[in-house]
Design a protein around this ligand. Structure first.
Ligand SMILES: Cc1ncc(COP(=O)(O)O)c(C=O)c1O
Length: 384
């Protein structure tokens, strides 16, 4: 039996109802939702709509048709960014952001469409609000930031940044891949125009699910991105302009969405605060233990209350990829090593280009697993 500590990449295992809901969809419903009016297609519609409402409530949002499904947050961010950006815009992101944000913005910049500033974050992975204010320009029109780092769990001061964006009429898109399902998220408190989420991380759904919530203000300036069959206005060769169809072309991952719905229902049943409390407890215990192991450096904040339970380390005695290999193959502990698709974050925390060994604690980890991991690290480091 493996100990799974790669929950920042994708959560595993999922709550049992995630598996059974997906199986139920495939075995007992089957039809394509939104395509035709058969009883099973309508049953599929109900699953999709139920998940849309559940996501709307989960993020304290209020427009169900503005909840859009995509295959993952990468698609959500590409759709949002590429469908709203206009030539000559100045756009801001940060060094802690994921390639899912950096690459679409980077390619728009390389084509000369936008002017791009990437704010350098501190060694603890945080954006300074003063740096943010200083970098603003008269033509700053868009800010895209992740809520928390996928490497060291640093949580950005997004409420303050959102307030500034709102005052200045700057569109604000947030990537909540690392916080949805861990921290309570209120769309309006964050003062954003869109939240992009992925289903397979802490929302506990399967891979191939994700989406975004978009307000009417941002939607108004967005064109459609992927165009095609929506099951609506089929006589027209022009993409519908109403939501969610404007952004939902092609068959949805209905079994996946059934699983995602079960994942969010599980979080609601357990209570997000109790999930967070458990992860905070394990995170504090783990960091305390790591700090007592000679040669190990822990990056980012050492208090669980100001970060998520995604923890990066290096040892001065052994390369992180070798350490990850030994943990997996000799001790059965699954982690992830390297740059984690966020190269600039490693420049900020001083671990570029070799990266870090990352532990992602999830809702199904327990103290025994954390102690076993600490003992295993002690044993490996003691031998080298
Ligand atoms: C902050 C952040 N953004 C984006 C992504 C991309 O997620 P996905 O592969 O589900 O699109 C990840 C996943 O690693 C992430 O941690």
């Amino acid at each position: 039996m493996k100990i799974y500590l790669d929950n920042a990449a994708t959560t595993f295992p999922k709550p049992p109802k995630v598996y059974t809901s997906m199986m139920n969809y495939m075995m007992n419903i089957g039809s394509n939702p939104g395509r035709g009016a058969s009883s099973t297609s309508l049953a599929g519609n109900r699953v999709i709509l139920n998940c849309r409402y559940t996501l709307m409530d989960f993020f304290h949002f209020d427009k169900v048709e503005n909840v859009i499904f995509t295959p993952n947050v990468t698609t959500s961010l590409n759709t949002l960014i590429k469908s709203c950006v206009k030539e000559g815009w100045h756009v801001i992101t940060s060094s802690m952001d994921h390639n899912a944000t950096l690459r679409p913005l980077g390619s728009l910049h390389a084509k000369g469409i936008i002017d791009l500033d990437i704010i350098s974050c501190s060694k603890k992975g945080l954006i300074s609000v003063d740096d943010f204010i200083n970098i603003l320009k008269p033509n700053t029109k868009l800010v895209v930031l992740s809520h928390a780092s996928n490497i060291i769990g640093s949580i950005q001061p997004l409420e303050s940044i959102g307030k500034i964006c709102k005052q200045k009429g700057i569109y604000f898109i947030i990537d909540v891949a690392q916080t949805a399902g861990i921290l309570p998220i209120d769309f309006y408190k964050l003062n954003c125009n869109a939240l992009a989420f992925t289903g397979h991380k802490s929302l506990l759904g399967p891979q191939g699910t994700g989406g975004f919530l978009i307000d009417d203000k941002l939607n108004k300036i967005c064109s459609s991105f992927i165009e095609g069959g929506t099951g609506s206005l089929s006589s027209s060769i022009v993409q519908p302009t109403f939501l969610p169809d404007k952004f939902e072309s092609g068959t949805l991952n209905a079994p996946g969405i059934a699983g995602l719905l079960a994942g969010i229902n599980y979080i609601n049943d357990q209570g997000i605060d109790s999930i967070r409390e458990n992860e905070e407890f394990l995170c504090n215990h783990f960091i305390e233990g790591l700090l007592n192991i000679p040669s190990i450096n822990v990056y980012g904040d050492t208090f669980a209350s100001t970060r998520t339970a995604t923890i990066s380390i290096n040892s001065t005695k052994i390369d992180n990829s070798e350490l990850g290999f030994i943990l997996d193959n000799e001790y059965g502990i699954i982690t992830r090593t390297g740059l984690h698709c966020a190269p600039l974050a490693h420049k900020s925390i001083g671990t570029y280009p070799s990266g870090t060994l990352r532990f992602g604690i999830g809702p199904f980890n327990d103290i025994k697993e954390i102690n076993y991991t600490l003992n295993s690290l002690n044993s490996i480091i003691g031998k080298v």
